[in-house]
Design a protein around this ligand. Sequence first.
Ligand SMILES: Cc1cc2nc3c(=O)[nH]c(=O)nc-3n(C[C@H](O)[C@H](O)[C@H](O)COP(=O)(O)OP(=O)(O)OC[C@H]3O[C@@H](n4cnc5c(N)ncnc54)[C@H](O)[C@@H]3O)c2cc1C
Length: 387
Amino acid sequence: MSDDLPYLELADHHLDLREAVRAIAANKIAPYAADVDANSRFPTEAYDALVASGFHAAHVPEAYGGEGADALATCIIIEEIARVCASSSLIPAVNKLGSLPLILAGSESLNQRYLPPLAAGTSTFSYALSEREAGSDTASMKTRAVLDGDNWVLSGQKSWISNAGISDYYTVLAVTDPDGRRGSNISAFVVEKSDEGFTISAPEKKLGIKGSPTCELNFDAVYLPGDRIIGDPGTGLQLALRTLDHTRITIAAQAIGIAQGALDHALAYVQERQQFGKHIADFQGIQFMLADMAMKLEAARQLVYVAAAKSERDAGDLSFFGAAAKCFASDTAMEITVDAVQLLGGAGYTQDFPLERMMRDAKITQIYEGTNQIQRVVMARQLLGKR
Ligand SMILES: Cc1cc2nc3c(=O)[nH]c(=O)nc-3n(C[C@H](O)[C@H](O)[C@H](O)COP(=O)(O)OP(=O)(O)OC[C@H]3O[C@@H](n4cnc5c(N)ncnc54)[C@H](O)[C@@H]3O)c2cc1C
């Protein structure tokens, strides 16, 4: 083979990071994953372990006390955690989602105020775009912020907000110019949990990621000081969508982590389990399933890592790659986790193994940060030069 052909592999510092996160995931997160799921409780053990190692919000720039992890490093962290506990992987993922609007467009004083506590692990950061009647169609949101002197007065509600109640800080999108052009009449704000008039409803009862509370946020004339706005008035939706271009890749990383965890368990099981006088791994029908699972997973991983490199460089085709990575990796994770349950037969359907949890957890990766139908809309728009 010619020496000048490119050979794509992780750099040493990314490999070292993977080893370090893998060890924490195995020793300090995996032992609690089943209990977190069974009791729908926030994974405090994981949170403490991730804060102690700086992996809870590693994307925060060093200037604000963070690790300054690049996009690929953040994906590796999320992937390795998701391999053992998808709920716990939402800690770094939602922290990045909630705080990226500030990193991309926040004023220096806003960033100085909110990013250091996030980096220190004294708070988490949530992201509030969706509303009950405005999920895929985000521009039709009803939450309003009206200027009153120097303050903004925020009224409305947000739905399905990850890690709500745990987080002290929320990036919230609201219409600030009801008569303005659709999509250019929305602004982004930081809302604090302690702001008067802000309440959080009881967590939703969900199929999976049960350790990450998902709640409605209610804003009843919440007064926000004028400097809580992120970027310029009217730029909020563009900022929210630009954020998603970057963070969808972290959901893709979560998906391949869940899929890898399921494949690991399936591989171990088929080499132990015997039927018809031999290990089920000796049946070609089983081998072909394993080969397909590993092949698709590796293809998804390569796409996710390339998309992460695009995110780091803010490449012109990031929208396409972010959507493609999220769509392909989540569909792959769903397929692999369903097949992994199948490979364990009846055992896979019980809670004696984590496969049924992984299958339930994988489903959300096809839905949040835009459903996979919406990812196809995003890809097509870039292909057709419409964005
Ligand atoms: C557990 C969980 C956590 C979440 N976390 C957050 C969070 O932290 N912050 C946040 O802001 N939101 C969050 N969400 C919301 C999530 O992003 C939305 O649920 C998602 O974007 C879909 O919106 P919807 O539920 O209103 O579905 P709808 O928009 O009502 O879609 C219903 C169906 O119609 C399809 N559809 C809609 N429009 C089109 C179209 N143009 N073409 C083809 N098909 C279409 C969809 O793909 C879907 O299959 C979370 C949701 C869940 C369940």
